[in-house]
Design a protein around this ligand. Structure first.
Ligand SMILES: NS(=O)(=O)c1ccc(B(O)O)cc1
Ligand SMILES: [Zn+2]
Length: 231
């Protein structure tokens, strides 16, 4: 019962967006008082093998940490999910300053940044690219970031960012456990939505963690230094 923002009011895209049949566009504002508690909904279970980490690259919009998705070594399951979904990549969304950045909001509160862990339905589809375009293709876990204590688990990632400062840069990154980026509290909201950037396909089951993780100023500043336009 979480209302969906009209695709044309999407905070990031200016101008008309003719998303065919856009009836469940993400991001949305999560109105906590409208959410319904389901006591029989199982907890979300993540099993990530840090050795499946491949590399980090800058696609010009964000930096992505990509994982080897040829096995079920790194998957999310449980919660509303009928089968495991394989981790493909994670990335962040942030703003030009610290008071703007997250895509989803909670009772209209914006967080400085938002982490997205992208998984695909390896039972129903053969590849990630196929799953992106299909019903029940993806599960994205969203985690809010807030300014606070230094996050030691994030530092290894922050330290390598200067090596992917420019669009299309890619660096080998072969051991990273993304479960260190999940909050200790396992409470979450879930809704059926879409990708938040083109192709905006409505193939996503969103799992938004209720509690943010904390990062300190020095860690956010480094994130802001990525994507200086190509010289
Ligand atoms: N921002 S998001 O997690 O909704 C997302 C994930 C993947 C892609 B994609 O691979 O095109 C686009 C947006
Ligand atoms: Zn995203």
């Amino acid at each position: 019962s979480l209302q969906h923002k009209d695709a044309n009011l999407h905070p990031l895209w200016k101008g008309p967006l003719d998303v065919p049949g856009g009836s469940r566009q993400s991001p949305i504002n999560i109105r906590v008082r409208d959410s319904v508690f389901h006591p029989n909904l199982a907890p979300i279970s993540t099993q990530y093998d840090p050795n499946t980490c491949l590399h980090i690259w800058n696609n010009g919009y964000s930096f992505l940490v990509e994982y080897d998705d040829c096995t079920n070594k790194s998957v999310v399951s449980g919660g509303p999910l009928e089968n495991p979904f394989r981790l493909k990549q994670f990335h962040f969304h942030w703003g030009v300053n610290n008071d703007w950045g997250s895509e989803h909001t909670v009772d209209s509160k914006v967080f400085p940044a938002e982490l997205h862990l992208v998984h695909w339905n390896c039972t129903k589809y053969r590849t990630f690219e196929e799953a992106v375009m299909e019903d029940n293709g993806l599960v994205v876990i969203g985690v809010f970031l807030k300014l606070g204590r230094r996050n030691e688990k994030l530092q290894k990632l922050v330290d390598i960012l200067p090596s992917v400062r420019y669009k299309d840069a890619l660096t080998e990154f072969n051991y990273f456990d993304p479960s260190g980026l999940l909050p200790a509290c396992s409470d979450y909201w879930t809704y059926s939505g879409s990708l938040t950037t083109p192709p905006l396909t409505e193939s996503v089951t969103w799992i938004i963690m209720k509690k943010p993780i904390e990062v300190d100023h020095s860690q956010v500043i480094l994130v802001h230094q990525v994507f200086v336009t190509d010289l």
